[in-house]
Ligand binder design. Structure first.
Ligand code: ZN
Ligand code: FE
Length: 267
C-alpha cells in the first residue's frame, strides 16, 4: 500500500467539530461522527461506502451520529463495525479497545494501534497508524493544536502523562484532533510564551488560514512540541511565566501543567 492510496478529509459539524473521513477508493471510515446528517450527505456526494466508525470518547459531539449511521448502513446492507474505548459506554459499540490493541481495517489497508489517554474523559483513547504510511493520529479531545482538552474526568497528572505519550510519537505524525480551536489556543499560548518565535510565526499562519476559512488541522507532533504550552511544561520560560497566574513555585512540569490548565480554563 502506498501513502497516496489513503485520503483523510474533514467533514465539518456543529460550530467547530471535525469528523474525519479516512478514505481508500470508494470505502470510508469515520472518526467521531457526532452528527449523522453531515456524514450521510458526504458519503452520498462522494459515492462512498461506510465500513467502520472509530470513537475516541463518549461525549455526544463525538458519538451523537452513531445510531442513525447504523440504521443507514442496515438500509444499504453494508456491514459496519463500530470501535470504541473499552471503559466507556458507547452506543452500538461492537469492538471495545484498550492500550496496544490493534484495529485492522482491511478494506482501507490500514492498521491502527490504540493508545489509552485518560484525562479529558476517564476512558479516552487515540488511534495511531504508522505502517507504510506517514504516521497519522486521531486523538479526539486530548491534544489540540496549541492546546489540550479540558479535564472533565481525569487528573492533571493523568492528562500530562497522556500528552507525553503523544509527544513521544514520531515527529512527522499528522495530528487529527476533533475541534478547530487553534486560534483561541494560540492567543493563550502567546500570553505564556510571547517570545517563542515559532509560536509567533504559527499564529500569523493560522490567522491567515482562518481568514480564508481554511482548516488548521492536521498539525504535526514536531510543530506541537515547538508551540503548544501543554507539551512544553518542562521549559524554564513557561515554568517562570506560570507563576504570574499561581503563587506556587511551579518547579516541576507537573505543577506547571496544573497551573496553566487552570489558567486556560479562565482565560
Ligand atoms: Zn470531548
Ligand atoms: Fe469534543
Amino acid at each position: 500500500m502506498s501513502l497516496t492510496s489513503i485520503k483523510v478529509t474533514p467533514i465539518k459539524a456543529f460550530s467547530d467539530n471535525y469528523i474525519w473521513a479516512i478514505i481508500n477508493k470508494n470505502v470510508a471510515t469515520l472518526v467521531d461522527p457526532g452528527d449523522a446528517t453531515v456524514c450521510i450527505e458526504f458519503l452520498e456526494k462522494n459515492k462512498l461506502t461506510l465500513n467502520a466508525i472509530l470513537i475516541t470518547h463518549h461525549h455526544s459531539d463525538h458519538t451523537g451520529g452513531i445510531a442513525e449511521l447504523v440504521d443507514y448502513c442496515q438500509q444499504k446492507q453494508w456491514s459496519l463495525t463500530v470501535y470504541g474505548p473499552a471503559n466507556e459506554n458507547i452506543p452500538h459499540c461492537d469492538i471495545k479497545l484498550k492500550e496496544n490493541d490493534t484495529v485492522v481495517l482491511e478494506q482501507l489497508h490500514i492498521d491502527f494501534k490504540i493508545i489509552d489517554l485518560p484525562g479529558h474523559t476517564a476512558g479516552h483513547i487515540a488511534y495511531f497508524a504508522n505502517k507504510q504510511i506517514t504516521p497519522i493520529l486521531f486523538c479526539g479531545d486530548t491534544l489540540f493544536s496549541g492546546g489540550c482538552g479540558r479535564l472533565f474526568e481525569g487528573s492533571p497528572e493523568q492528562m500530562l502523562n497522556s500528552l507525553t505519550k503523544l509527544a513521544n510519537l514520531p515527529e512527522n505524525t499528522l495530528v487529527y484532533c476533533t475541534h478547530e480551536y487553534t486560534q483561541a489556543n494560540l492567543s493563550f499560548a502567546l500570553t505564556i510564551e510571547p517570545s517563542n518565535q515559532a509560536l509567533v510565526n504559527y499564529y500569523n499562519n493560522v490567522n491567515e488560514l482562518r481568514s480564508k476559512g481554511h482548516a488548521t488541522i492536521p498539525s504535526t507532533i514536531q510543530l506541537e512540541k515547538q508551540i503548544n504550552p501543554f507539551l512544553r511544561c518542562h521549559e524554564q520560560s513557561i515554568q517562570t511565566n506560570a507563576q504570574q497566574f499561581a503563587t506556587n513555585t511551579n518547579t516541576t512540569a507537573q505543577d506547571t501543567f496544573t497551573t496553566i490548565r487552570r489558567w486556560k480554563d479562565q482565560f
